[in-house]
Design a protein around this ligand. Structure first.
Ligand code: GDP
Length: 233
Protein backbone atom coordinates (compact mmCIF):
# COMPACT_ATOMS: atom_id res chain seq x y z
CA UNK A 1 0.00 0.00 0.00
CA UNK A 2 1.25 3.46 -0.89
CA UNK A 3 1.79 5.84 1.98
CA UNK A 4 0.84 9.45 1.27
CA UNK A 5 4.00 11.49 1.10
CA UNK A 6 3.58 15.16 1.81
CA UNK A 7 6.48 17.57 1.75
CA UNK A 8 6.68 20.34 4.31
CA UNK A 9 5.81 22.78 1.50
CA UNK A 10 2.60 20.78 0.81
CA UNK A 11 1.69 20.85 4.50
CA UNK A 12 2.35 24.61 4.68
CA UNK A 13 0.15 25.25 1.67
CA UNK A 14 -2.60 23.25 3.34
CA UNK A 15 -2.23 25.17 6.58
CA UNK A 16 -2.34 28.51 4.75
CA UNK A 17 -5.46 27.56 2.80
CA UNK A 18 -7.38 26.67 5.94
CA UNK A 19 -6.21 29.67 7.93
CA UNK A 20 -8.58 32.03 6.13
CA UNK A 21 -12.33 32.29 6.51
CA UNK A 22 -14.63 29.42 5.65
CA UNK A 23 -18.18 30.49 5.00
CA UNK A 24 -21.42 28.68 4.28
CA UNK A 25 -22.60 29.82 0.86
CA UNK A 26 -25.69 27.82 0.05
CA UNK A 27 -27.49 24.50 0.11
CA UNK A 28 -28.21 23.06 -3.30
CA UNK A 29 -31.14 20.69 -3.91
CA UNK A 30 -30.99 20.56 -7.70
CA UNK A 31 -28.24 20.96 -10.25
CA UNK A 32 -29.83 24.17 -11.56
CA UNK A 33 -28.73 25.84 -8.30
CA UNK A 34 -25.07 24.81 -8.50
CA UNK A 35 -22.59 27.72 -8.38
CA UNK A 36 -21.44 28.58 -11.88
CA UNK A 37 -18.43 30.77 -11.16
CA UNK A 38 -15.91 28.13 -12.21
CA UNK A 39 -14.16 27.92 -8.85
CA UNK A 40 -12.58 24.53 -8.11
CA UNK A 41 -14.33 22.38 -5.53
CA UNK A 42 -13.77 19.26 -3.48
CA UNK A 43 -16.60 17.26 -1.96
CA UNK A 44 -16.98 15.06 1.11
CA UNK A 45 -19.19 12.01 1.00
CA UNK A 46 -19.84 9.11 3.33
CA UNK A 47 -22.37 7.08 5.26
CA UNK A 48 -24.36 9.00 7.80
CA UNK A 49 -22.52 8.94 11.16
CA UNK A 50 -19.13 8.29 9.50
CA UNK A 51 -17.81 11.46 11.14
CA UNK A 52 -18.14 13.81 8.16
CA UNK A 53 -19.29 16.87 10.11
CA UNK A 54 -16.59 16.33 12.71
CA UNK A 55 -13.93 16.01 10.01
CA UNK A 56 -15.05 19.17 8.18
CA UNK A 57 -15.07 21.03 11.48
CA UNK A 58 -11.59 19.74 12.33
CA UNK A 59 -10.26 20.71 8.90
CA UNK A 60 -11.63 24.21 9.10
CA UNK A 61 -10.85 24.63 12.79
CA UNK A 62 -14.50 25.43 13.51
CA UNK A 63 -16.53 23.71 16.16
CA UNK A 64 -19.87 23.79 14.43
CA UNK A 65 -19.49 24.82 10.81
CA UNK A 66 -20.82 21.63 9.24
CA UNK A 67 -23.47 21.09 11.88
CA UNK A 68 -24.75 24.64 11.49
CA UNK A 69 -25.81 23.78 7.99
CA UNK A 70 -27.53 20.60 9.11
CA UNK A 71 -30.77 22.23 10.11
CA UNK A 72 -33.82 20.15 9.20
CA UNK A 73 -34.15 19.91 5.44
CA UNK A 74 -30.52 20.74 4.87
CA UNK A 75 -29.36 17.15 5.25
CA UNK A 76 -30.37 16.23 1.73
CA UNK A 77 -28.67 19.20 0.15
CA UNK A 78 -25.21 19.70 -1.22
CA UNK A 79 -23.87 22.27 1.20
CA UNK A 80 -21.36 24.68 -0.31
CA UNK A 81 -18.73 26.41 1.81
CA UNK A 82 -16.13 28.74 0.39
CA UNK A 83 -12.59 28.88 1.71
CA UNK A 84 -11.14 32.34 1.61
CA UNK A 85 -12.92 35.67 1.11
CA UNK A 86 -16.15 35.17 -0.74
CA UNK A 87 -17.45 37.54 -3.40
CA UNK A 88 -20.79 35.78 -3.05
CA UNK A 89 -21.26 37.26 0.38
CA UNK A 90 -21.53 40.90 1.32
CA UNK A 91 -19.92 42.41 4.40
CA UNK A 92 -23.01 41.49 6.38
CA UNK A 93 -22.30 37.84 5.57
CA UNK A 94 -25.45 37.56 3.47
CA UNK A 95 -25.34 36.49 -0.18
CA UNK A 96 -24.99 39.39 -2.60
CA UNK A 97 -27.88 39.67 -4.99
CA UNK A 98 -27.32 38.80 -8.61
CA UNK A 99 -23.63 37.93 -8.46
CA UNK A 100 -22.27 34.49 -8.95
CA UNK A 101 -18.82 35.52 -7.87
CA UNK A 102 -15.39 35.90 -9.26
CA UNK A 103 -13.02 32.98 -9.18
CA UNK A 104 -10.08 35.19 -8.20
CA UNK A 105 -11.58 35.50 -4.72
CA UNK A 106 -12.14 32.50 -2.50
CA UNK A 107 -9.78 29.67 -3.29
CA UNK A 108 -12.06 26.71 -3.24
CA UNK A 109 -15.49 25.37 -2.48
CA UNK A 110 -15.87 22.60 0.06
CA UNK A 111 -19.01 20.61 -0.66
CA UNK A 112 -20.63 18.64 2.13
CA UNK A 113 -22.63 15.92 0.41
CA UNK A 114 -25.64 14.36 2.14
CA UNK A 115 -24.78 11.29 4.22
CA UNK A 116 -26.17 8.02 2.89
CA UNK A 117 -27.21 4.78 4.53
CA UNK A 118 -29.33 6.44 7.20
CA UNK A 119 -31.39 3.56 8.60
CA UNK A 120 -34.59 5.60 8.89
CA UNK A 121 -34.46 6.98 5.35
CA UNK A 122 -37.47 6.17 3.20
CA UNK A 123 -37.15 4.68 -0.27
CA UNK A 124 -38.19 8.02 -1.76
CA UNK A 125 -35.43 9.80 0.19
CA UNK A 126 -32.80 7.31 -0.98
CA UNK A 127 -34.01 7.75 -4.56
CA UNK A 128 -33.86 11.52 -4.21
CA UNK A 129 -30.34 11.36 -2.80
CA UNK A 130 -29.14 9.07 -5.56
CA UNK A 131 -30.63 11.29 -8.25
CA UNK A 132 -29.13 14.49 -6.83
CA UNK A 133 -25.70 12.90 -6.46
CA UNK A 134 -25.74 11.27 -9.89
CA UNK A 135 -26.77 14.57 -11.51
CA UNK A 136 -24.18 16.50 -9.55
CA UNK A 137 -21.34 14.15 -10.44
CA UNK A 138 -22.21 14.11 -14.12
CA UNK A 139 -20.01 16.56 -15.96
CA UNK A 140 -19.17 18.81 -13.00
CA UNK A 141 -15.80 20.02 -14.23
CA UNK A 142 -15.20 22.13 -11.14
CA UNK A 143 -15.21 19.02 -8.95
CA UNK A 144 -11.57 18.10 -8.53
CA UNK A 145 -11.95 15.22 -6.11
CA UNK A 146 -14.46 13.54 -3.84
CA UNK A 147 -13.13 12.52 -0.45
CA UNK A 148 -15.07 9.41 0.44
CA UNK A 149 -15.10 8.87 4.18
CA UNK A 150 -14.96 5.32 5.53
CA UNK A 151 -15.23 4.40 9.21
CA UNK A 152 -11.86 2.93 10.23
CA UNK A 153 -13.61 0.35 12.41
CA UNK A 154 -15.82 -1.04 9.68
CA UNK A 155 -14.05 -0.60 6.35
CA UNK A 156 -15.97 -0.48 3.07
CA UNK A 157 -19.67 -1.37 3.44
CA UNK A 158 -22.02 -2.34 0.58
CA UNK A 159 -23.43 1.19 0.27
CA UNK A 160 -19.89 2.61 0.16
CA UNK A 161 -19.26 0.18 -2.71
CA UNK A 162 -22.34 1.55 -4.47
CA UNK A 163 -21.05 5.09 -4.08
CA UNK A 164 -17.64 4.04 -5.39
CA UNK A 165 -19.34 2.47 -8.40
CA UNK A 166 -21.25 5.69 -9.02
CA UNK A 167 -18.00 7.66 -8.85
CA UNK A 168 -16.23 5.21 -11.18
CA UNK A 169 -19.08 5.48 -13.69
CA UNK A 170 -19.08 9.27 -13.52
CA UNK A 171 -15.25 9.17 -13.85
CA UNK A 172 -14.92 11.47 -10.85
CA UNK A 173 -11.57 11.19 -9.12
CA UNK A 174 -12.01 10.16 -5.49
CA UNK A 175 -9.88 9.37 -2.49
CA UNK A 176 -10.76 7.34 0.56
CA UNK A 177 -10.30 8.82 4.00
CA UNK A 178 -10.57 6.53 7.00
CA UNK A 179 -12.26 8.33 9.89
CA UNK A 180 -12.23 7.73 13.67
CA UNK A 181 -8.76 6.14 13.42
CA UNK A 182 -8.41 6.60 17.19
CA UNK A 183 -11.06 3.91 17.77
CA UNK A 184 -9.55 0.64 16.49
CA UNK A 185 -6.40 -0.85 17.98
CA UNK A 186 -3.26 -0.40 15.86
CA UNK A 187 -3.34 -4.01 14.56
CA UNK A 188 -7.05 -3.77 13.68
CA UNK A 189 -6.45 -0.51 11.86
CA UNK A 190 -3.67 -2.11 9.86
CA UNK A 191 -5.89 -5.04 8.86
CA UNK A 192 -8.72 -2.72 7.79
CA UNK A 193 -6.30 -0.51 5.85
CA UNK A 194 -4.91 -3.49 3.95
CA UNK A 195 -8.42 -4.75 3.16
CA UNK A 196 -9.56 -1.29 2.00
CA UNK A 197 -6.42 -0.95 -0.16
CA UNK A 198 -7.07 -4.28 -1.88
CA UNK A 199 -10.76 -3.37 -2.51
CA UNK A 200 -9.63 -0.05 -3.91
CA UNK A 201 -7.50 -1.67 -6.57
CA UNK A 202 -10.74 -2.72 -8.32
CA UNK A 203 -11.90 0.86 -8.73
CA UNK A 204 -10.51 2.73 -11.70
CA UNK A 205 -11.35 6.28 -10.57
CA UNK A 206 -10.00 5.83 -7.05
CA UNK A 207 -6.84 7.59 -5.98
CA UNK A 208 -4.47 4.87 -4.74
CA UNK A 209 -3.43 6.57 -1.51
CA UNK A 210 -5.68 6.22 1.52
CA UNK A 211 -5.70 8.94 4.13
CA UNK A 212 -6.13 7.99 7.77
CA UNK A 213 -7.75 10.54 10.05
CA UNK A 214 -9.23 11.24 13.42
CA UNK A 215 -11.20 14.39 14.13
CA UNK A 216 -10.77 13.60 17.81
CA UNK A 217 -6.96 13.40 17.97
CA UNK A 218 -6.14 15.44 14.86
CA UNK A 219 -4.38 12.54 13.13
CA UNK A 220 -4.22 13.11 9.37
CA UNK A 221 -5.89 16.53 9.42
CA UNK A 222 -2.78 18.39 8.22
CA UNK A 223 -2.28 15.81 5.48
CA UNK A 224 -5.89 16.11 4.34
CA UNK A 225 -5.53 19.91 4.23
CA UNK A 226 -2.39 19.47 2.11
CA UNK A 227 -4.18 17.07 -0.26
CA UNK A 228 -7.01 19.62 -0.67
CA UNK A 229 -4.64 22.57 -1.13
CA UNK A 230 -2.90 20.71 -3.95
CA UNK A 231 -6.26 20.72 -5.78
CA UNK A 232 -7.02 24.41 -5.23
CA UNK A 233 -5.52 25.74 -8.41
P1 GDP B 1 -21.72 12.59 10.32
O1 GDP B 1 -23.12 12.06 10.49
O2 GDP B 1 -20.98 11.81 9.30
O3 GDP B 1 -21.65 14.06 10.09
O4 GDP B 1 -20.95 12.26 11.68
P2 GDP B 1 -20.60 13.16 12.94
O5 GDP B 1 -19.44 14.05 12.66
O6 GDP B 1 -21.85 13.82 13.45
O7 GDP B 1 -20.07 12.03 13.94
C1 GDP B 1 -20.84 10.90 14.29
C2 GDP B 1 -20.39 10.38 15.65
O8 GDP B 1 -19.03 9.93 15.58
C3 GDP B 1 -20.42 11.44 16.74
O9 GDP B 1 -20.83 10.82 17.92
C4 GDP B 1 -18.98 11.90 16.83
O10 GDP B 1 -18.64 12.37 18.11
C5 GDP B 1 -18.22 10.62 16.52
N1 GDP B 1 -16.91 10.92 15.88
C6 GDP B 1 -16.69 11.72 14.81
N2 GDP B 1 -15.38 11.76 14.52
C7 GDP B 1 -14.74 10.99 15.43
C8 GDP B 1 -13.35 10.64 15.66
O11 GDP B 1 -12.43 11.06 14.96
N3 GDP B 1 -13.11 9.79 16.69
C9 GDP B 1 -14.09 9.30 17.49
N4 GDP B 1 -13.74 8.46 18.46
N5 GDP B 1 -15.39 9.61 17.31
C10 GDP B 1 -15.72 10.45 16.31
Amino acid sequence: MEEPAFTSADLKRGEALFKGPCTFVKGVTGVADLPRDGRAEVAFAGRSNVGKSSLINALTGRTSLARVSVTPGRTRELNFFVLGPSPLLGEDGKPKAGREGDKRDGALYLVDMPGYGYAQASKAQVKGWTRLIANYLKGRRELKRVFLLIDARHGIKPNDEETMKLLDEAAVSYQLVLTKADKPKAAELETIQAKVASDLAKHPAAYPQILVSSARTGTGIKELRAAIAALAI
